[in-house]
Ligand binder design. Structure first.
Ligand code: CTP
Ligand code: CA
Length: 227
């Protein structure tokens, strides 16, 4: 049985995964966030833990739980917080997977009191967040670094662009305009692209099954890289 065969083939590997959305506060009662449920990242964490890996899961605000005892979960809220935790956790990891949907912008000013409506207040000025994955790519040593990209148009092309720009070893591209793929659902349809630009299409499956297959792709590429 496949599950039996795979048992513990990630023993001794340290895996860092980020999952879920970020939440960027405007004032004490309002915020910007996105549709990420965290399910894909949590499924990766569970799948790696079941194969014997030592998993650190950095989670944005989500409503799901991690079950496996080999998962150490660190909760964060904002992109800035996620950046600091990922950066602190990065050095000793073997595999780093950024499944989180990080906000690209945050309010430039975070109000400490609840905002009152008034004339001329119809614009919120935003500023860019740090690109966490790009910064990890810049300081990468032996880590196998994997990004995610949710796209609605020409997913492979955009995915490859991100792989190169962020110095990744692989990217998982997700066409969120397709039925059965994307954010809240329990299934996904993804394409795995490695730095040699080899493209692997995975069939629609549960996020857990996709997670197992993505780990297979990653382990195979790590083996090939080490030859
Ligand atoms: N990412 C990140 N930090 C950010 C934005 C994105 O670490 N501030 C990571 C995501 O976790 C994901 C990858 O970068 O693994 C791609 O995210 P995506 O939003 O698809 O790409 P961007 O580079 O933000 O480009 P754009 O949103 O403009 O398409
Ligand atoms: Ca983005």
């Amino acid at each position: 049985e496949r599950h039996q065969q795979k048992a513990l083939d990630m023993q001794g590997q340290k895996v860092l995964i980020s999952a879920g959305p970020t939440k960027e506060m405007i004032d004490p009662v309002r915020f910007f966030t996105n549709r990420s449920s965290g399910k894909m990242g949590f499924a990766l964490a569970e799948a790696a833990a079941e194969r014997g890996a030592d998993v650190t899961l950095v989670a944005g605000p989500v409503t799901i739980d991690a079950q496996h005892p080999a998962i150490t979960r660190i909760d964060v809220v904002s992109a800035e917080e996620m950046y600091h935790v990922m950066n602190d956790q990065f050095a000793d990891k073997d595999i780093v997977i950024k499944a989180a949907a990080v906000a690209d912008y945050r309010p430039k000013e975070v109000h400490t009191s609840k905002m009152k409506k008034q004339e001329g207040d119809d614009v919120i000025t935003l500023e860019r967040t740090k690109d966490i994955l790009k910064k990890l790519g810049e300081r990468k040593e032996n880590q196998f670094l994997v990004g995610f990209a949710a796209e609605t148009d020409t997913p492979i092309e955009y995915g490859l662009g991100k792989l190169k720009k962020k110095n990744l070893d692989a990217i998982v591209v997700n066409d969120v305009s397709r039925q059965g793929a994307g954010f809240e659902g329990d299934t996904n349809i993804v394409t795995y692209i490695n730095k040699k630009e080899s493209v692997t299409d995975l069939q629609q499956a549960t996020k857990k099954e996709i997670a197992v297959q993505l780990l297979d792709c990653i382990l195979q590429d790590m083996k090939d890289d080490s030859i």
